[in-house]
Design a protein around this ligand. Structure first.
Ligand SMILES: [Zn+2]
Length: 393
């Protein structure tokens, strides 16, 4: 029995996973079976930027991921697409003109006057050479992903450089300067689509939630470490959206030290039921992997097997899918996890060497109970609002 089979057997002791066809990777689909082509957005330019030698965010992790995907034979030339730079008109969909002007000046690597007012130049969001270009590429990559998914040319496009979910309209935040998920979702809304955004990064997807807080065309779900212990300090269950968007912002905090079972319980008991009620046209996921064991800035202790299970779940939904990267500060783990994700997206067998050993760590009863209460609250307070509005459509 393989790694994942045994592991799923373990998970099933705690979580209902019936509908999840988890462990039977189909044979790689032959090209003649489908004209569609899944795409991996990457250019070596991305891997060459640097936030500074002592900064946890390492763009080099993107190159490492790409190299790993290649080394294990998980990608073919035709799957690769280079990101374009987003235009100023596109980033103005979310960001303010004055902030864009300052960020543009910061591209030289020298701190512009007034930069601090925009969250720039402090520890988290340093000004480095090419910071504007880097940001435009991450947004352009996510826009490209949305374009291909929307046109039906691809079932899934993975922009590993995207998922920079903390950036605010006129402020850099949490290593993020421009908010590529927001701008990509905006593009999809302009085309008349309903979008479900699911964020499994260790941190609350605050910038994305804020952008669509009053908008029932976008369902945002974020599962993250309890905001009492981790940046950005928001993402409590009662933050549910406002006005006609009430019920369409879903937050599931999980305790530090949760591990796979507790995180997956939160995921499995919330994500499918909300997605089913909302019936999105497009799925946008933020696949941050700072949830993994050994991440230097968070405390969730997931294994790649827990992460892989969630990616398989997304895949099984069969919804046109824009997949974005996100956090992840242990670069070796990042490369393995995103290589696994890409393999799952393509129904390719995952090499066991990429996976963590399947540790069958018993979950804490207290943690399970806490998450159970949150799930109950959300199903009682938020889910009926989503169902009601969707009925009215
Ligand atoms: Zn994060």
């Amino acid at each position: 029995m393989g790694y994942m089979d045994r592991y799923i057997g373990f998970l099933k002791r705690y979580i209902k996973l019936d509908s999840l066809s988890c462990c039977q990777p189909k044979e790689r689909r032959r090209r003649e079976d489908s004209k569609k082509l899944n795409l991996f957005v990457y250019t070596d330019r991305l891997g060459s930027f640097s936030y500074g030698y002592d900064h946890p965010m390492r763009p080099a992790r993107l190159r490492l991921t790409f190299e790993r995907v290649k080394r294990y034979g998980l990608i073919e030339e035709e799957n690769l697409i280079e990101p374009r730079e987003a235009t100023e008109r596109e980033i103005l969909w979310f960001h303010t003109e004055d902030y864009i002007e300052v960020l543009k000046k910061a591209d030289s690597g020298i701190l512009p006057e007034d930069a601090v007012r925009y969250g720039l130049g402090m520890g988290d969001n340093p000004v480095f050479k090419g910071v504007f270009q880097w940001s435009l590429l991450t947004v352009g990559g996510s826009l490209l992903a949305s374009e291909f998914v929307l046109s039906g040319k691809s079932d899934v496009v993975f922009n590993i450089s995207g998922g920079l979910h903390h950036a605010m309209p006129s402020r850099a935040s949490g290593f993020c300067y421009l908010n590529d998920p927001v701008i990509a979702i905006h593009y999809l809304l302009n085309a008349g689509k309903r979008v479900a955004y699911v964020d499994i990064d260790a941190h609350h997807g605050d910038g994305v939630e804020r952008a669509f807080y009053a908008d029932p065309r976008v369902l945002t779900i974020s599962i993250h470490e309890d905001p009492r212990y981790l940046f950005p300090g928001t993402g409590f269950p009662h933050e549910m959206g406002e006005e006609s968007g009430r019920g369409f912002a879903v937050n599931v905090p999980v305790p530090p030290g949760s591990g796979d079972v507790v995180f997956l319980k939160a995921f499995e008991e919330v994500v499918p039921s909300f997605i089913e009620a909302f019936k999105p046209d497009v799925l946008v996921t933020q696949l941050g992997v700072d949830t993994l064991r050994g991440d230097p800035i968070t405390h969730l202790e997931l294994t790649t097997n827990g992460f892989e299970t969630m990616v398989r779940r997304f895949k099984s939904m069969g919804i046109p899918w824009v997949a974005l990267g996100g956090g992840g500060y242990n670069v070796e783990h990042v490369a393995n996890a995103w290589a696994i994700a890409w393999a799952v997206m393509n129904d390719t067998e995952v090499p066991d060497e990429l996976r963590d050993e399947p540790i069958e760590r018993e979950p804490s009863e207290k943690h399970l109970e806490e998450v159970g209460k949150t799930v109950e609250f959300l199903k009682e307070k938020a889910l009926p609002l989503v169902k009601e509005r969707v009925m009215e459509r």
